[in-house]
Write a protein of this length. Structure first.
Ligand code: MTE
Ligand code: MOS
Length: 759
């Protein structure tokens, strides 16, 4: 390592505390600060809203309500059902009603108490099944079907049914929602936003202010985590800051405090589901019927897309010939729930795994026997018609079994359970098969802009937002490989709508795939021109015989006098462009919503986890002994980033189904609004042993340099910990009723075990 560690590397900047987030920027002189006045009522009619007393408070420069919006009071992306500021009615506790802007953040917050709001309360609904009964749906239910379920039940030797509930999850990104809006010339605006979707913010700001999109530039430096929570839900805060900035002609900064962020923003969607699963005596799955009641919260946000992904993943990693999966997107009076790592996939996979555990109990076999028997194999068709190609489900499963010595471990667990009175161990396997692509086909596109400077250094801009997942490291690797130059030569620009326009959010784990491909294309365009220059410089006639290898120019395989730096300087001298823009769109994907059939995914990512836990049956507390994974990744673009994604995702998945419990009071206000009441996994709760083995030899023509996406899939390994816990509980209470409710907090474990406590 040199004395000057790579200054462009995010990780080095983080460690030194030098990386900058929106709130770290020194705001321009005269910057004002905004604070949000939010609805205290879950549902009601606004009878009176008086901001005059707040406006009269010291330091207050403006108070804005729906009436002050010059354009459209609408930020709904998929369905226009989301006002920026409440207009006439409020639909959840935490809905923004007014914005107070003052000289300092403290003065703005202090003035919030002087906003006067009277709400005539209306009945509120918080439960998705209740909403469904009342017909409160965001869109009519959708059904994915294959085979003939009705006919298939008759052929089943065993049929089980039940109800499964999974809870919400707080994103808990380290950086709370924030944005800084800077008014420019002629009514234009630059918005620096902590968003996964710069174009979505640009569009909404333009819509709210009644401006053409070219008047609004949105820039993202990096995010202190997004996890889906800033895919759609960074937008309101950016729009509010922009509204105030444009009305007052001053820079305006809006930063949510942690508790505010927790109260005002949506979470992972809680699901309540009914299932029916049938199989033959040998464990072959024959029929599966499932209904998902999704708790969407008060607006559509991304809920319909998230529910669609639940339908795509209804059958998990398994082949089931007869399927009927229905999803209902239920409108309730909670802050709108939103994208969260896995995007509806985890909720659906949890249900099929729960159903299999019930089925295995009915058959008197290990769940793993049923899982293994029905794993997807090459060419199998999923209920929506896509056939799995390059399927690694079975390989990952079998390799996990042998690598982590399943048989021996089973024996050890049985022995432990036989010799302990109040402690039990449990084991579970969790296979994952996750579709990679936005299910909204249009979003599967990206752009890149590359500039080579005359000193040979390179600037790369794409649509990808760096949020800790390492996409910038990977894109840098792409450019350095494409040109065959030192990584240190490549710098990633902050993401900006002015550099790369009309972008999709960085989401659906596609950041590297889409932007990496676009970056590769842009680099190749410049490279093509450089080859011609090289041939000319060398007095040769075949540019196609020019090659750059590690900064050295070769002709017909022989090193020449040219280096990368000399070649670039020569190109400039010959007045050849050293810049290129490129666009990439995933080929071959399609989906027909009228038949619910198609090939929506570029490919699937696979893997299997073996999870082991130890349960204290007296206290209900538990330890995650190990999570050991075999994961299909292909050749890694950045080994450290990929391992970090796997480990982080697993911890987040375990948290979702064990400790993390989002609770609301009967009036709809959030009870778990800080970290003393909302528990997340910490270093002490993390698996004692966490091992991830990547399959590096698998092929993926639709990835970048053959690698597969890894942002979301590992989260679902956490589901295995839930079922390992359940196995431990089952070992303690072989005949007791055990629910299929998550999160399985220590309290919930204890209450279920309590009946049999030998005390
Ligand atoms: N990793 C970190 N450190 N921070 C994040 O916010 N978001 C996750 C995942 N990994 C996230 C993360 C989610 S929800 C997605 S969709 C992907 O990263 C997005 O990035 P990618 O498309 O580049 O994988
Ligand atoms: Mo990720 S939930 O697709 O931002």
């Amino acid at each position: 390592m040199s004395d000057h560690p790579d200054r462009l590397l995010d990780m080095a900047l983080h460690v030194r505390g030098e990386s900058r987030y929106v709130d770290d920027l020194t705001p321009p002189q005269g910057t004002l600060y905004a604070a949000v006045f939010a609805s205290p009522a879950a549902h009601g009619r606004i009878r009176r809203l008086d901001t005059s007393r707040a406006l009269a408070r010291p330091g207050v420069r403006g108070v804005f309500t729906a009436r002050d919006i010059p354009g459209e009071n609408q930020i709904g992306g998929i369905i226009p059902d989301e006002p920026l500021l409440a207009d006439g009615e409020v639909h959840c506790v935490g809905e923004p009603v007014a914005l107070v802007v003052a000289d300092t953040q403290r003065l703005a917050r202090a003035a919030l108490a002087s906003v006067e709001l009277e709400v005539e309360r209306l009945p509120a609904v918080f439960d998705p099944r209740e909403a469904f009964k009342q017909g409160l749906l965001i869109r009519p239910p959708r059904t994915f079907a294959a085979g003939d379920v009705e006919a298939a039940w008759k052929n089943c030797d065993v049929v089980v049914e039940g109800r499964v509930d999974s809870g919400g999850q707080e994103h808990l990104y380290l950086e709370t929602q924030c944005s800084l809006a800077l008014p420019g010339e002629g009514g234009s605006l630059k918005v620096i936003s902590a968003t996964q979707g710069p174009t979505a913010v640009q569009k909404s700001v333009a819509r709210v202010l009644g401006l053409p999109m070219h008047q609004v530039e949105v820039e993202v430096l990096r995010l202190g985590g997004g996890f889906g929570g800033k895919e759609d839900q960074a937008t309101p805060w950016a729009c509010l800051a922009a509204l105030a900035a444009s009305r007052l002609g001053k820079p305006v900064k809006l930063v949510l405090q942690r508790q505010e962020d927790m109260r005002l923003t949506g979470k992972r969607h809680p699901y309540s589901s009914d299932f029916r699963l049938g199989a033959a005596y040998d464990g072959r799955l024959l029929a599966y019927e499932v209904t998902f009641y999704q708790n969407a919260g008060c607006t559509a946000d991304l809920s319909t897309s998230i529910l669609e992904r639940s339908l795509f993943h209804a059958t998990g990693s398994y082949l089931i010939p007869n399927v009927r999966a229905t999803g209902a997107c239920c409108r309730t009076n909670l802050p709108s729930n939103t994208a969260f790592r896995g995007f509806g996939g985890p909720q659906a996979m949890f249900v099929i795994e729960a159903a299999i555990v019930r089925l295995a109990e009915a058959l008197g076999v290990e769940p793993a026997a049923v899982q293994e028997k029905n794993l997807l194999a090459e060419g199998d068709a999923l209920p929506y018609g896509q056939r799995v190609r390059g399927c690694q489900a079975r390989r990952c499963w079998l390799e996990a079994r042998t690598r982590y010595r399943l048989e021996e471990r089973r024996w050890q667990v049985a022995e432990f359970n036989r010799t302990h009175t109040l402690a039990r161990k449990g084991l579970a396997l969790m296979p994952v098969c996750f579709g990679i692509s936005f299910t909204n086909q249009t979003l599967n596109q990206a752009g890149a802009l590359v500039h080579v400077f005359t000193d040979g250094s390179v600037s790369l801009a794409t649509a990808a937002v760096e949020m800790g997942q390492g996409v910038h490291r990977k894109l840098r690797e792409v450019a350095s490989r494409a040109f065959s130059i030192d990584r240190e030569r490549v710098r990633l620009e902050p993401t900006s709508t002015a550099r790369v326009p009309n972008t999709s959010p960085t989401a659906a784990s596609t950041g590297t795939d889409l932007n990496g491909r676009a970056a590769e294309l842009a680099c190749r365009a410049v490279l093509g021109r450089l080859r011609e220059v090289a041939a000319q410089e060398l007095g040769k006639h075949h540019p196609e015989r020019v090659e750059i290898r590690e900064e050295q120019v070769f002709y017909q395989g022989k090193p020449s006098s040219l280096t990368w730096a000399k070649l670039v300087a020569a190109a400039y001298g010959r007045r050849v462009s050293l810049s290129a823009q490129a666009h990439y769109a995933t080929p071959g994907i399609h989906f027909d919503r009228s038949t619910e059939k198609g090939e929506p995914f570029a490919y699937h990512a696979y893997g299997t986890a073996l999870c082991e836990v130890t349960l204290d049956c007296l206290r209900g507390t538990y330890v995650v002994d190990s999570v050991e994974v075999v994961h299909d990744l292909g050749p890694s673009l950045d080994a450290a980033a990929d391992l970090g994604q796997a480990e982080g995702g697993i911890a987040q998945g375990i948290g979702w189904l064990t400790l993390e419990e989002v609770l609301h009071a009967p009036d709809g206000s959030l009870l778990t609004k800080d970290l003393s009441t909302y528990k997340v996994p910490d270093i002490h709760f993390a698996p004692r042993r966490l091992e991830v083995h990547f399959l590096e030899d698998t092929e993926n023509p639709l990835g970048v340099f053959n690698a597969k996406a890894i942002g979301e899939p590992p989260l679902m390994y956490g589901i295995g910990v839930y079922f390992a816990l359940r196995a431990a509980m089952r070992a303690f209470r072989p005949d007791g009723e055990l629910s299929l409710v998550a999160p399985l907090t220590p309290e919930r474990v204890l209450m279920q075990l309590a009946g049999d406590l030998p005390l």
